[in-house]
Write a protein that binds this ligand. Structure first.
Ligand code: 5GP
Length: 171
């Protein structure tokens, strides 16, 4: 773990996630709510966020990734689909990071075709400097510079997902 410089420490993340949970609790009281974490990177954030929301809710996972070599084309492959219909439900997609915005654009369009009552986006991180398409983030944890981050669910080559804070690999 010593090869990682801390970007956002665990206490700061925990405080922010609690705030996002309180906001979602206030906004969605009385609604039929479904959290849709996007695998793999958002699993830690989603687990903490879900427990910070003081409402009944369902959780249904979605998996997608950009096609190899065509990341900038916006061609996204679904690797795991939802297991239940979302028609008439209030959906919050839970993402680790919005970078170019291409993955979320695909994902949100895909979910809207299923006629949910609403679709919102909760993202732990956003890198606005890298954006190629505009994506509205309803619940944002932190805006960061254009650096490659790991930890708190985010990986480099499938490693570092279990690091309990957000950091940058030391070169
Ligand atoms: P986008 O389609 O917005 O460019 O890509 C979003 C996806 O790229 C994220 O879900 C994440 O998997 C990956 N990604 C973008 N930036 C980073 C980063 O700084 N660190 C890690 N680990 N993954 C990133």
């Amino acid at each position: 773990m010593s090869s990682i410089d801390t970007l956002i420490d665990a206490d700061t993340i925990a405080r922010r996630v609690k705030e996002l949970g309180a906001q979602i609790t206030a906004d969605h009281a009385g609604r039929d709510l479904v959290l849709v974490p996007v695998l793999n990177g958002s699993f830690v954030f989603a687990a903490d966020l879900a427990r910070a929301i003081e409402l009944p809710l369902a959780i249904d996972f979605f998996g997608c990734r950009s096609y190899e070599g065509t990341a900038s084309s916006g061609v996204v492959q679904t690797t795991l689909d939802l297991s239940h219909p979302i028609q008439g439900k209030h959906v919050i997609v839970v993402e680790d990071i919005v970078d170019t915005g291409l993955t979320m654009t695909y994902m949100l369009e895909n979910l809207r075709t299923r006629r949910p009552a609403s679709v919102q986006l909760a993202s732990l991180l956003s890198k606005p400097a890298r954006r190629k398409v505009d994506v509205a983030i309803d619940y944002l944890g932190f805006e960061i510079e254009d650096v490659f981050v790991v930890g708190y669910g985010l990986d480099f080559d499938e490693h570092y997902r279990n690091v309990p804070y957000l950091g940058v690999l030391r070169s």
